[in-house]
Design a protein around this ligand. Structure first.
Ligand SMILES: Cc1cc2nc3c(=O)[nH]c(=O)nc-3n(C[C@H](O)[C@H](O)[C@H](O)COP(=O)(O)O)c2cc1C
Length: 187
């Protein structure tokens, strides 16, 4: 069974997008499509980026812990809020930290906003950064608009049926990319 790491990117006090990360964790557990773990950037509380992991002489244990979870995952779901059209510094921090380990990693992006557009601008800017470091971004979207009313604090969606249908299509694309990568014999 593939293993998926779900990165919850917002470290903001009173964050809403974390609800979407919780939803994916519950959805994957219930659907048994993959095993999943939540990788919560708020819990890691990383300092501002100073250098890439491979150039750090004595990396902090939480940096190594984060890196090992991303390395071990067959695929990653990044749940990101949209801040001024971009993604939060907390997420840039870990993209830059790992750099090489993102190469050819299947990554599905879920964008969250409290406005009407569900983070359509951050979807573009994050895709560009991930492309730069050779991550394999999955051509599927899971946008969440008007987030506070769409998921409760435990990640339960207001419209479970419609949300599960969208999640199924989104996750299937990620699983397809994971399977395709596994079938490749070349490095
Ligand atoms: C600094 C900042 C900038 C924001 N900029 C945008 C934006 O450009 N577009 C948008 O739709 N929402 C914007 N929002 C609202 C977020 O979409 C909202 O906080 C949402 O709940 C997701 O972020 P969260 O997980 O941190 O709560 C902004 C919020 C903050 C704190």
């Amino acid at each position: 069974m593939p293993h998926i790491a779900i990165i919850s990117s917002s470290v903001r006090i009173g964050r809403i997008s974390h609800r979407v990360a919780l939803y994916f964790k519950n959805y994957l557990a219930d659907s048994k499509l993959a095993s999943a773990e939540l990788v919560d950037l708020q819990a890691y509380n990383f300092p501002l980026f100073e250098e890439r992991l491979r150039f750090q002489a004595s990396p902090a244990p939480n940096v190594l812990d984060f890196a090992s979870r991303i390395k071990a995952a067959d695929g990653v779901i990044i749940v990101t809020p949209e801040y001024n059209g971009g993604y939060p510094a907390s997420l840039k921090n870990v993209i830059d930290l790992l750099t090489d380990d993102w190469s050819r990693k299947p990554v599905a992006i879920s964008t969250v906003s409290d406005g009407n557009f569900g983070g359509s601008q951050v979807l573009i800017s994050l895709q560009f950064s991930l492309w730069k470091i050779k991550a394999w971004t999955v051509p599927a979207m899971f946008q969440v608009a008007k987030a506070p009313g769409t998921f409760d604090e435990g990640g339960v969606p207001a419209d479970k049926q419609a949300t599960d249908r969208r999640a199924s299509a989104f996750i299937k694309e990620l699983l397809w990319c994971i399977e395709a990568k596994n079938r490749m014999a070349i490095e």
